[in-house]
Structure formats: C-alpha cells, structure tokens
Design a binder for this molecule. Structure first.
Ligand code: GLU
Length: 628
C-alpha cells in the first residue's frame, strides 16, 4: 500500500469509528494505532504463485465477530456468520478449519473446552471435551521398567508414543455444541473446512518452523512423515498444502456423525495405530504402544457442566471448571488480586502483585485440582472471597516470596494470614501448543473455545489415510504415581488441563471473551491480559500485545525478552528473577497466543488477535467498519 493510500485508509477508518454513535473514544484510538496495511502472511520463497490470505490482528464491526490464530479459519467463521449461522456454528466451523491449517495444535484427534454465553438464557454453559485415559491404562504407565521408579524420558520418548494418547473429545464437543445451541448440522459446519483441506492453504513460516521443530518425531512415524515431510523436508513457505485424506474424513463425519468416529472402521483404525504405531524403518525413537481400544472410543462422552464464576471489580468472570484448572486458578488469582486494587498501583507494583497472586493460585492448583470424577476438588472454597483474601494477605507489597509457596487451606474458615500447609509441588510438563478462538453473533451469543492435541504435533501419530494427528494429552498427568497427587494417572480419568476459555459479563451482559494456548502459561496469559485490560487501562489489542511474564510457583519468573527489557530493572528490587521464555523445542521465546473479543456499545464488536506472536493472528467481523 502506498503511503497516500495508507493515510487515506487510516483516516477513513478512524472517521468511521469515531463517527459511529456509541463507540468509545478508546475504540477510535485503537483504530488509529492499529491502522496498517494488510500483513503478508508468508514471503514467497520459491516459484509458487499462491497468495496467502489477508489478515488483520484487530477488526471492528457489527453483526458478529471471530478471532483465531489463522486467517483462513477466521474467514471461514465470519462467512458462516454472514450466511446466517450463529456463534456456535461459526466456532465449530472455525475450529474445524484450524484442524486443517493448525494441525499440530488442534483437530479431531484431540480435545478441548467450550464456553458459551447464550443471549436467550442470559447464562454461561460449558462443555468439557477433554481426552480421557483408556480403561486399561496402568497407574504406572509412564514409568520405564529399565529405570525402576523413574519415568521414560519425557521428550521425545513419552510424548511420541501410543501410551500418551487419550480418547479424543473434539468431535463429540462439536456435535454436542451444535446440537445444544447451533443451527447448522455437523455436515454443514464441517463443509468449509473440508473444502479448505481439499483445495489447500498457503504454508507460512510458523507452519514450516513447527514442522521442522518436529522433524525427528515425525520422521519416526511412517504416515506422519509421508504427509508432513514429503521428500524429507517440511513444506516450503508459500507452497499450497492439501490434505485430501482429512477432507474425506470431514466429509464422512459430516455425513455419518460422531458414530463414524467413535465406532466402526475409523475407531478400529485409531485403536490399531495407538496399539501398534507404524514406526518408520530405522527409527531410533521407541514409539511405545498405547492402551486405547475401540471400547474406550465407543464409551467417550463430553461433560456439560456449570462454569466457574468469580466477581472482580463489579464484573462476572466465567471459566472452565475441573477437569481444567483454568477457571479455578484464574478465578482464585483474581480473588487474591481484588483486595489489592491493581488499578491504584504503579506498573511495577501491579506486576509484582500479579506475579505473586499467580504463584499462590498455582500452589493451590497443584494440591487440590484434578478430575472431579476422581478427586474431591474444593472448588467452591477455592473460588471464595474469604479464601482469596486469606491468600492475598500473604503478599508482601515490597518483596517477592521465596518459591515454591505452600498451598493454603480452602476449608471455609478464614481469618488472619496463615502460612501454607506442607506439600510437594510437582514439576509441570505441559506442552506449549494448542489454539484458542472466539466467536460472537448478531444475537449476542458468545463462544470462547480452547482446543488442543497437547504438544505441538501431539503424539506425532497420524491415523493412516485419515489425515489427522492423535493427541499426547495423557502426558498432562503426573508421571510418578503418588496417592496424594490429584493429577496422578488413573484409568478413565481426565488429565488436569490449564486451558482457560473465559467470558466476562458486565451488568449481566457480555463484555469480554478470551483465551490462549501455552500449557500452564495459559492461566497466567489469560490473567495478565485480563488485568491489563481491566486494571491497567489498556485497550484490548494493547492488553494482548503487551509483553508477558509467567510465575507458576517456581523460583524464577518466565518472561518474554521484551518484558525483561521493559520491567526487569523495576522488578529487581522486589527480588523477582526473570528468565527468558522459550526452550529447546520451539523456535520462539513467546508466551501464549491470545484470541479475544470485546463487546462495544450498540452491538458492535472489537475482535482482536495477536499482532506478532505465532506469526500474527486474524480477527474479522461481519459488517466490518474497520479495517475495510
Ligand atoms: N495440554 C495442555 C492443557 O491441557 C495444553 C497444551 C498447550 O496449551 O500447549 O492445559
């Protein structure tokens, strides 16, 4: 775009927004700041001619909105809304498209958590579509007989194995959501994604990097290498990638429904590939066989359950109850922060409060939260104001406490400032993959949905001829059996998750919806984004773009390098040790990838995705005022 045209676009966008009755000044300011030419998704590095789909990290408009990490997926969601679909239809269509374009993070081989605000009922509902351990999974399944009492090497051995594969819940989630609140059939909701898989999408740098990060794992499994490492290399940036097998799978599931996944030939193929993973000749990875059977698949059920709820500064914050620890941990941290009134604190003080509250809430998560079908989770007390206040008073305003902190006693009796009780916190091994999307419609229904196959690339096991990867979600269990651990392996149990799809209501009406990938950093990313928006005066796009840090009850705080640059000096006197995010497995030193939306006055929506992380996300609205 030429500078003149850019200036004209910016002015027009700002004027439209500023002139729109009821839209706030801050929205116009967002438009001004974020007005920029459409980003090129991917450089053309060879002679391919395909053009990547245009995308915008922020969009403002009416009639509904979608935000996700991917332009094709967001566009599919917005088209479903334009054709009269509702937020649930759009969310399922967007999620199915992410299964095509983000196959290492999401798809029918995984699970997730769906949070829904129904405008008609003025109520928030949730679906727990978490993967579940097979009925015959031994409690010591992750212990290596060659090293008594010690688990298999976590990465890549345990992760890349049949033993890590849980019963997938994603298709059942889509079906349950559509049946309960959607207007489209499963077939119609899956059709755009099936077409996308069939015609292909343009590979970007993130996809190529993620494939290369997984090269050793993928090449150990024959069907996975054949799809994602054709000729031994990851697909080239700018090339068109088709997944005809996945297109056919979506068509089959659309026609026949979930029974074609959970029973019949496909279920048999899933069980077979888990029990006898197709190891490539010469592969050195063990690729251990797993325990999943057709009987496990046949009995899988999603759980419809009440959301978690806390009030924070006059707002109602709804999240996902266990088996995810997202809702209880974000909610408890907000209760810990409430008495401190972050909006009155300086930036370093507010960040110190945020880090300390996160550590306290994580200490309680470790001791008390697991699958409620197996563990008596004191959810009500964890989310009580009394418990939050009792934990809050442990925060020294001048000094970071020595970590790990001990958990508190959510026992209903709260007074004084008791130190925690003895507990050994277990190391966190959650992956850093996953994806989040939000969708809203013209009726005011809102979806906040996080879905995953756990590690980027999941178990690495592709179901031959079906075009999708299976999860390694069971590695979210603690590997070493300990009767005191709420997250130990047990047959038929759901591993504790950190996924935190969140919806915030103001005066009983939707205000915000957000979520993120990032393993256990999901919780801190959602919390930090909320406090940025609610307490620190940032617009939603700024709250998302702001550099992140994550304190999960460990000695050091994991932080993005820009966070260290911006706040390292100011946080030093408090005693926080900031270490750069990122590990040997991923190319990026980033934390999370938020997708969010804010409801503006008069039915307007601001949809917001990451401007940079994971290559930048995509936001869109139905009647788009800006950018247009
Ligand atoms: N398995 C993780 C969880 O359920 C999510 C993984 C991720 O976000 O990368 O919390």
């Amino acid at each position: 775009m030429t500078p003149t045209r850019l200036a004209a676009t910016l002015t027009a966008g700002t004027l439209v927004l500023a002139g729109l009755a009821g839209l706030t000044a801050s929205t116009a300011a967002i438009a001004q700041r974020t007005a920029e030419p459409p980003r090129q998704l991917a450089a053309q590095t060879d002679d391919h001619t395909a053009q990547p789909t245009k995308k915008y990290a922020t969009a403002v408009g009416f009639g509904g909105a979608v935000a996700s990490v991917d332009a094709d997926a967001t566009n599919i969601g917005v088209s479903v809304l334009r054709r009269g679909g509702n937020a649930v239809d759009a969310a399922v269509a967007t999620a199915a498209a992410l299964g095509v374009t983000e196959p290492y993070s999401a798809g029918v081989g995984g699970g997730g958590y769906f949070v829904y605000y129904s405008a008609k009922d003025r109520k928030v509902y949730t679906i727990d579509g978490r993967e579940t351990a097979p009925a015959t999974m031994p409690e010591d399944a992750f212990l290596n007989p060659a090293t008594p009492g010690k688990p298999y090497t976590f990465f890549p051995d345990l992760v890349t194995s049949g033993v890590s594969v849980g019963i997938p819940g994603t298709l059942a989630t889509w079906d349950a959501a559509l049946h309960s609140w959607g207007s489209l059939s499963l077939g119609k909701a899956l059709k755009p994604a099936a077409d996308l898989a069939d015609r292909g999408f343009v590979i970007d740098q993130t996809f190529r990097n993620q494939t290369l990060d997984n090269k050793a794992r993928f090449s150990a499994i024959t069907p996975t290498a054949a799809l994602y490492l054709p000729n031994g290399d990851a697909p080239v940036v700018g090339s068109v990638f088709k997944n005809k097998d996945l297109a056919k799978t979506y068509e089959l599931l659309g026609k026949k429904g979930p029974s074609a996944f959970y029973t019949g030939p496909l279920a048999q193929e899933i069980a077979t590939v888990v029990q006898t993973p197709p190891k490539a000749p010469g592969a050195t990875l063990p690729v251990m066989p797993g325990h999943l059977t057709t009987a496990d698949l046949a009995k899988y059920k999603v759980i419809k359950q009440a959301p978690t709820k806390v009030s924070y500064d006059g707002l109602d914050v709804y999240g996902m109850a266990p088996s995810s620890s997202g809702g209880t941990t974000v909610g408890e941290a907000l209760n810990i922060l409430a008495p401190l009134k972050l909006s009155t604190q300086s930036t370093p003080q507010a960040l110190h409060s945020y880090l300390e509250a996160s550590a306290l809430a994580f200490a309680d998560r470790g001791k008390y939260v697991g699958d409620p079908a197996f563990v008596d989770v004191p959810q009500k007390e964890l989310l009580s104001k009394g418990f939050g206040a009792e934990r809050s008073c442990l925060i020294d305003p001048a000094k970071a406490a020595v970590k790990p902190l001990q958990p508190g006693s959510p026992d209903g009796s709260y007074s004084g400032c008791p130190a925690g009780i003895a507990h050994e916190d277990k190391a966190d091994t959650e992956g850093l993959s996953t994806t989040h999307l939000v969708a809203a419609d013209k009726w005011g229904n809102i979806v906040s949905y996080t879905l995953t196959i756990e590690q980027t690339g999941g178990s690495g096991i592709l179901v031959p001829g079906r075009g999708f990867l299976l999860n390694n979600e069971l590695t979210d269990f603690t590997a070493i059996p300990d009767p005191a651990d709420p997250n130990r392996i047990q047959p038929n149990k759901r591993p504790r998750s950190s996924m935190s799809p969140t919806i915030v209501l103001k005066n009983g009406k939707p205000f915000l919806a957000l979520g993120s990938p990032g393993g256990s950093t999901i919780i801190t990313t959602v919390l930090q984004t909320l406090t940025n928006r609610l307490d620190r005066g940032m617009t939603l796009p700024d709250a998302i773009a702001a550099p992140r840090a994550s304190q999960r009850n460990t000695a050091n705080v994991t932080a993005e390098p820009p966070f260290i640059d911006a706040y390292g000096t100011a946080l030093k006197p408090y005693g926080h040790t900031l270490v750069p995010a990122g590990d040997a497995l991923t190319s990026a030193a980033e934390i999370g990838a938020v997708a969010a939306l804010e409801v503006l006055p008069h039915g307007g929506y601001l949809a917001a995705a990451e401007p940079k992380r994971r290559g930048g996300g995509a936001a869109g609205t139905v009647d788009q005022l800006w950018p247009n």
